[in-house]
Every structure is written in structure tokens, then in C-alpha cells.
Design a protein around this ligand. Structure first.
Ligand SMILES: *Cc1c(COP(=O)(O)O)cnc(C)c1O
Length: 384
């Protein structure tokens, strides 16, 4: 299988050189826009590209207000702050995620609690969440609290793993019943839609990343999607040092963040947004080819849930056994085709090892069986 897979991927990408998991593509107006910022001298936190980029994202996602930030972790941090998460609160998330999800809430002084992921989406499982809350939480006049410690359960942060949207209706209903906020970690899911609505726009806040390996990049960058114009204006304010506008006076009305995306990065983002739809189409075609390739084999190709239209940011396969996975990882990487295991579960990391957790059987299964395979847009599939 490994040899067949390696030649299949080398043929797709038409190269004998090393094939990374995900490389950015710059075939549009990137150079022009970035040069313009340098010529204008407005490379930093003021400039037209930041506004243009935010308007691009709003138009694409139909978010009422998008606020660009220095990276996706900062976007999550600001979203949690805006949702009212504070020190000592509990925030429920998945153990199967990239560490930034947990770090953002940790930096807020909050503590994570881990719930299993769903076989449908590989993201936070509504059934597991309901079981966890029934067992550990009680509803008081101040909202949901942990029975054991009386800590407030302020929010859940589901993550759309590899771009595949989580079961949002079911999660939103649970949040509504328990009075808990929902913040979508949509870092990987720009271009992914849940029942026709863009991911990150259904929860109270959503956070997207534009890191170099994501579907589009600004070098480093992120954005907070806000549900109302009002929360959008507040988010902009707290991510720009909470400075009260004035031609020359410095007055800040709260301890804000300096999280604003520089104009230089936003220029790159504007050019990338012009080709995002092409990227999504290309990556969906690639996923289709992989799906055909693995059909009938002992490897299960991870596909989007029925209700979703995924960006297929990173393609993934589930191996029949951990030993098969180890062999596949070793052989493909030796042959110049990058493959990668999924993240280690968050409760295995020293800073989160004491977190409260529900049953994590499916997360553990995925942790030991899943491999990501090359997912950059493929030139021969479309002009990108
Ligand atoms: C990439 C990513 C982030 C963080 O984004 P940065 O821009 O790298 O800070 C957060 N959560 C998930 C799930 C990610 O994949």
C-alpha cells in the first residue's frame, strides 16, 4: 500500500521532490498588494488592507463583523475574553485538538475540561457533552457550575477538525439549555459550511487562523467572527489596546490586548481571499481522488459529515491498527512524502494533565490510528 500511495501522490503533485503536508500558494496579487503597503509606509497597525481584509471575510462568511488579529490563538483569546470567560471558570473542549485551543483559555486563567469527539465530525461530540454535563454539572441561578468545585462552566469550544464542521445544532441546543456560551474554534475551517452557514458564525464568537499552513495565509494572522455589530465593535476596541479614539490624547478604558493584524499581513490576506473559492474547489477535488484511491482498502478516508460542505483543509486516513500506522508514517516520510500523526491528546501534556475529563475512548482511538496526508492544492486540478 505504501508504495502505491507514494507513487499516487508523486504523480498528483508531479514532482520527485519532498512533498509537504500543506504549502501555501501565491499565484495572485500577493506581490502587488504587499509592495503597495511598503511603498505607502503603512505596514503596521493602520492601513486600508486591514479594513479591506475584514470586509472580504465578512462578505465570504456573512459574519456581521470580523476583527483581524495577529494570529489565530490571539483571536481565540479575544473571543473567550469577549464571551465573558474569566479566571477560575471551566471551559469544555475536546482533548483531540491543536494545543492553541487550550492555551487560549489557559491564558484567560480558565481551566479546560475534556469531552470526547464524535465519529461523525472528529469534533466535540454532543452526546458526550450531554453525558458529561449530567454527571458533573448543576444548573444554578448563576448558570451552570461544576458540582464538585462550584466553578462556573462558562463556555464550550468545539473545534472543526481538519475543516469538517461539528454537529452545531445539537451543541447549540445543549448550550442554550445550560446557559453556556459557544465559541467555535474555526481555525482550520475557512471555506467550510454547516448546513449552508459558514463555520464560526453560528456560535457567540468564532476564531479563524491564517497561519502559513492553513487554507489561506497572511503569514501569521487570525480573525474573530462576531455575531452582532455591537460585540464586533467591542472586540475591535479590546484588541486595539482599548484606546478611546482621540486625535492626540491617550486614554484606555480597560486592560486591552495589542492583537491588531498589521497592514502588511492583511495585504497578503486580501490577495489570498481573491482565490479562496478556487482553493476550496481544488481541495475538494483532491479529497475526492483520495477517497477513490482508498475505497475498498483497509484504510478509511475521512469524509465530510452529510450536513456539511467542508474545505478539506487536511486530508486524513484512519489506519486499521497502530502498527500499520507507524509503518506508513516511517515509509512515506523516508520516501519524501510527508505524512503526520494527529496531535497527542491534550490531557497528556504536562500543563493539562490534571484537567477534568469525560470518557475519551473515541479520541484515543483516533489518536493512535489517524494519519494526515499531503493536502496542498494540486496544480493539475485547477488554475490556482
Ligand atoms: C492553527 C490553529 C490554531 C491557532 O492558530 P495560530 O494562527 O497558529 O495561532 C488554533 N486552533 C487550531 C485547531 C488550529 O489548527
Amino acid at each position: 500500500m505504501t508504495n502505491k500511495l507514494v507513487s499516487f501522490i508523486k504523480e498528483l503533485y508531479q514532482t520527485d521532490e519532498f512533498i509537504p503536508l500543506h504549502a501555501p500558494s501565491f499565484n495572485g496579487n500577493e506581490q502587488i498588494y504587499v509592495s503597495e503597503t511598503i511603498k505607502s509606509t503603512f505596514v503596521s497597525s493602520v492601513g486600508k488592507y486591514v479594513d479591506d481584509f475584514e470586509r472580504h471575510i465578512e462578505a465570504y462568511t456573512k459574519s456581521p463583523k470580523a476583527v483581524a488579529t495577529v494570529n489565530g490563538t490571539a483571536a481565540l483569546h479575544a473571543a473567550l475574553y469577549m464571551a465573558g470567560v474569566r479566571a477560575n471558570d471551566i471551559v469544555i473542549t475536546q482533548a483531540l485538538t491543536f494545543v492553541a485551543t487550550c492555551n487560549a483559555l489557559h491564558h484567560m486563567g480558565a481551566e479546560p475540561a475534556f469531552v470526547d469527539v464524535s465519529p461523525v465530525s472528529l469534533g466535540l461530540c454532543p452526546k458526550a457533552l450531554a453525558v458529561f454535563l449530567d454527571e458533573h454539572a448543576t444548573l444554578t441561578e448563576h448558570g451552570a457550575v461544576l458540582k464538585m468545585t462550584k466553578q462556573r462552566i462558562k463556555a464550550i469550544v468545539p473545534m472543526h477538525t481538519f475543516g469538517h464542521p461539528v454537529e452545531l445544532d445539537e451543541l447549540m441546543l445543549i448550550c442554550h439549555n445550560w446557559g453556556i456560551s459557544l465559541i467555535e474554534d474555526a481555525a482550520e475551517s475557512l471555506g467550510s459550511f454547516y448546513k449552508g452557514q459558514h463555520t464560526g458564525t453560528l456560535g457567540d464568537f468564532g476564531a479563524i487562523s491564517f497561519n502559513g499552513n492553513k487554507i489561506i495565509t497572511t503569514g501569521g494572522g487570525g480573525i474573530v467572527l462576531c455575531k452582532t455589530l455591537d460585540s464586533g465593535a467591542r472586540t475591535k476596541h479590546v484588541t486595539t489596546t482599548a484606546k478611546v479614539p482621540h486625535p492626540y490624547e491617550f486614554y484606555h478604558d480597560e486592560a486591552g490586548f495589542n492583537y491588531r493584524m498589521p497592514n502588511l499581513n492583511a495585504a497578503l490576506g486580501c490577495a489570498q481571499m481573491e482565490v479562496l473559492s478556487e482553493f476550496v474547489k481544488n481541495k475538494r477535488k483532491l479529497a475526492h481522488l483520495y477517497s477513490d484511491f482508498f475505497s475498498g482498502s483497509e484504510f478509511k478516508f475521512v469524509t465530510e459529515p452529510d450536513y456539511a460542505h467542508s474545505n478539506y483543509w487536511l486530508n486524513a486516513i484512519i489506519c486499521p491498527a497502530p502498527q500499520v500506522r507507524e509503518a506508513l508514517l516511517k515509509e512515506t516520510n523516508e520516501k519524501g512524502v510527508m505524512t503526520r500523526p494527529i496531535w497527542q491528546l491534550m490531557h497528556r501534556l504536562p500543563m493539562y494533565k490534571n484537567a477534568l475529563k469525560g470518557d475519551l475512548t473515541y479520541s484515543e482511538y483516533i489518536e493512535s490510528h489517524l494519519v494526515n496526508i499531503p493536502s496542498s492544492p494540486v496544480k493539475s486540478l485547477a488554475e490556482v
